[in-house]
Design a protein around this ligand. Structure first.
Ligand code: PMP
Length: 434
């Protein structure tokens, strides 16, 4: 018996009886839409810092999970959640200090223009809300995204998440642009991306569709991890604004210090978005997400429709979010991320000189993408073998990009230089064994 998973077909027989039973139950009760990672799926029972532990007590180095960004089981977050949960957990229709303190602290991490925040439970909800606000503010409906973008699961958002594949319809109001091409010289990359956005705007207009927004993940994770040079987004942002649309920075991936340069990915581009959406690392695992806005963006929307999200921004969510912000600040985590990321990249570059399979390496802070190639061409199969080889050596990453050949290295930010060295050793062993 075989099973499908993210990297092809695994060997069911090699799994323990307990794992086989869980997979069978999973398929029976969760149905066919879910996917597991790895040819030999993992069953974790505990996490601490950068380590995940399986049912046999084996430790795996987590170089993939960006939700527990300040470490699995971070005590400061746990304590904040527990304390608030035992005191009170209601919602945003009552006055409560936590939500106000947190909203003020969160907007304080942004440029002054971005001074209001609306809370959701997921990044998808934040992007869904961004669409409603963009449409209300601009009177347009057109949405421009990159060719392999992922922005979430709601019906509206899935319709502008082309990485879901050809079987998930894009809306007729959606246009895709080629992601920035990291193989081009800086100026050409910048111009090509802006030209793509302008062409998409022209095409929308030709079809009688007024543009509402350009939305990009500011590190282009699912397009293959493309930090690019600082500032390259500027002309594209100007183009959408000139056309009457707004710019939405999806910070679900790069936000909260991951790029090692600033709190937010857009800050390396010297642009101030009209809306910023965020989620994943915001509560270190507690579901907190939201949208940060220029007040003029939500003025019209707020007049016309009330907003209430039952769980979004409840006092426990706000306590978790606040603990994360404090930890980032107290531990000087952005500088740490920059230091470890630089060390990590250097190690990868050194490996690249010895192994032909490693192509271009890109990174900002602790978001690193490494192209895997065979005879100079993208190789999804080699990337999958590396990902699975690392898994056998108890190191966790994944692969992404339109050709599924980019090693996606995205550890919790509490990763140290020592952890990076352990990763590099395991990668070296994996490559040597091939
Ligand atoms: N935007 C980006 C860039 C994402 O990577 C994701 C999740 N992978 C989302 C939005 C959606 O977030 P959520 O899964 O919390 O709905």
């Amino acid at each position: 018996m075989t099973m499908a998973n993210a990297f092809g077909v695994g060997d069911f027989e090699r799994l323990s009886a307990a794992e086989q039973s869980m997979i069978t139950r999973r398929e029976r009760v969760l149905g066919p839409a879910y996917r597991l990672f790895y040819e030999r799926p993992l069953h974790f029972v505990r996490g601490e810092g950068v380590w995940l532990y399986d049912a046999e007590g084996r430790a795996y180095l987590d170089a993939y999970n960006n939700v527990a960004s300040i470490g699995h089981g971070n005590p400061a977050v746990l304590e904040a959640i527990a304390r608030q949960a035992e005191t009170l957990n209601t919602h945003t229709r009552y006055l409560h200090e936590n939500i106000l303190d947190y909203a003020e602290a969160l907007t304080a991490t942004c440029p002054d223009e971005l001074s209001q925040v609306m809370f959701t439970c997921t990044g998808s909800e934040a992007n869904d809300l961004a669409v409603r606000i963009a449409r209300s503010h601009t009177g347009g409906t057109g949405i421009i995204v990159t060719a392999h973008a992922y922005h979430g699961v709601t019906a509206t958002v899935a319709a502008f998440s082309p990485s879901l594949g050809p079987n998930v319809d894009l809306g007729t109001h959606v246009r895709t642009v080629a992601a920035p091409d990291p193989s081009l010289p800086a100026e050409q990359m910048e111009a090509a991306f802006a030209d793509g956005v302008k062409a998409a705007i022209a095409d929308l207009k030709r079809h009688g569709i007024k543009p509402a927004m350009l939305i990009v993940d500011t590190i282009f994770s699912s397009d293959g991890v493309i930090p690019g040079h600082a500032g390259f987004l500027k002309p594209a942002v100007e183009a959408i604004r000139t056309a009457g649309g707004i710019f939405v920075a999806d910070e679900v991936q790069p936000g909260f210090g991951r790029t090692g340069e600033a709190m937010w990915g857009f800050q390396r581009h010297g642009v101030v978005p009209d809306l910023v959406t965020t989620g994943k690392p915001m509560g270190n695992g507690y579901p907190v997400a939201g949208l940060i806005a220029r007040p003029e963006m939500i003025a019209e929307f707020g007049k016309n429709s009330r907003y209430f999200n039952t769980f979004g921004g409840n006092p426990v969510a706000a306590a978790a979010g606040m603990a994360v912000l404090r930890f980032i600040k107290d531990q000087d985590l952005i500088a740490h991320t920059r230091d470890v990321g630089t060390h990590f990249l250097r190690g990868l570059e050194a490996l690249k000189t010895r192994f032909q399979g490693i192509g271009d390496i890109r990174g900002a802070g602790l978001f690193i993408g490494a192209d895997i190639v065979e005879s100079g061409r993208p190789s999804a199969s080699l990337a999958a073998r590396i990902v699975n080889g690392l898994r056998e050596r108890q190191v966790l990453i994944s692969a992404s990009g339109p050709d599924a050949n980019v090693l996606k290295i995205r550890p919790p930010l509490v990763f140290t230089r020592d952890h990076a060295d352990q990763f590099l050793d395991a990668l070296e062993q994996t490559l040597s064994a091939m």
